[in-house]
Design a protein around this ligand. Sequence first.
Ligand code: NDP
Ligand code: DGY
Length: 311
Amino acid sequence: QLHLRKCYSLLRCNLSVWDSDEPVPRAELLKGVADAHGLLCLLSDKIDAEVLNAAGPNLKVISTLSVGFDHLAIDEIKKRGIRVGYTPDVLTDATAELTVALLLATARRLPEGVEEVKNGGWSTWKPLWLCGYGLSGSTVGVIGLGRIGLAIARRLKPFGVKRLLYTGRQPKPQAQEVDGEYVPLDTLVRESDFVVVSCSLAPDTQSLCDKTFFSKMKKTSIFINTSRGAVVNQEDLFEALSSGQIAAAGLDVTTPEPLPTSHPLLTLKNCVVLPHIGSATYSTRGVMSALTANNLLAGLTGSEMPSELKL
Ligand code: NDP
Ligand code: DGY
């Protein structure tokens, strides 16, 4: 039992905590959530009808330590009148920064270079050895110019990007700041030297990047995904990378997570895979955690949440 003080209210809560960095096993979650009024979860916890039924009618708030909410069965949650808290904005800078790092690492072949230094492959300076692609004078296409997409564009422009294309459900006034051109997806894919995916995962973005998509990209283009793994058809991406249809890919997100060490994508030199670390700075995770706790408390006391998802 714990006393939590927030603003003027003293809240007495019974806390059931999965005290580990590892995900809570499903059976433990189903058992632990019974009769709870609030649930704090991670993006690795699938909150579906089974969990909601296990929780029962007391549940009035779910607070997730993430901005993405594709792990939550929103229709079921809405039907039950449950409020949802999430963590937009506070992770935007960290995620945009990681996306730029991944793009540069992929385009300039940094992991390959590091490996060559370690394994003795570095014989001498050679004119074409480990050449990659630069941003200067390039066309960058951002799929989903939301909070993170715009922050990525802001960071990429000073590298000398010539054209910044973007696509989404509607044009964005804030795109002016980065001279963004709103174009159909087809144009973006065909004309971009760097395709950066930063949209949310929803039914219309599931498997958006498939065989047809990759077949339209230039052979010299780089594909970067820091949104969700399911936006990409990974078999089609493997085919595009191994056949030379596209130059390289950098992924911070995969399906499944973790990606099995035997996965074909991991055999490719032109595919850089990171373990979903977009928001992983100490300070960002600290702020995300505090926001997630405060969203939960606000939901429990029926007050205004610092960041409530509009359902
Ligand atoms: P936002 O809601 O601000 O942005 C999402 C964007 O996706 C919107 O601009 C939206 O466009 C766009 N979008 C939705 N549907 C489509 C579509 N069919 N085609 C193109 N664009 C589409 O969210 P954030 O920027 O804060 O976060 C985006 C995502 O990034 C999260 O949902 C999460 O999955 C992922 N993420 C990953 C992290 C990591 O660690 N790798 C860290 C943080 C987030 P429109 O506005 O036109 O509807
Ligand atoms: C999110 O918040 O959705 C990320 O994937 C992790 O920070």
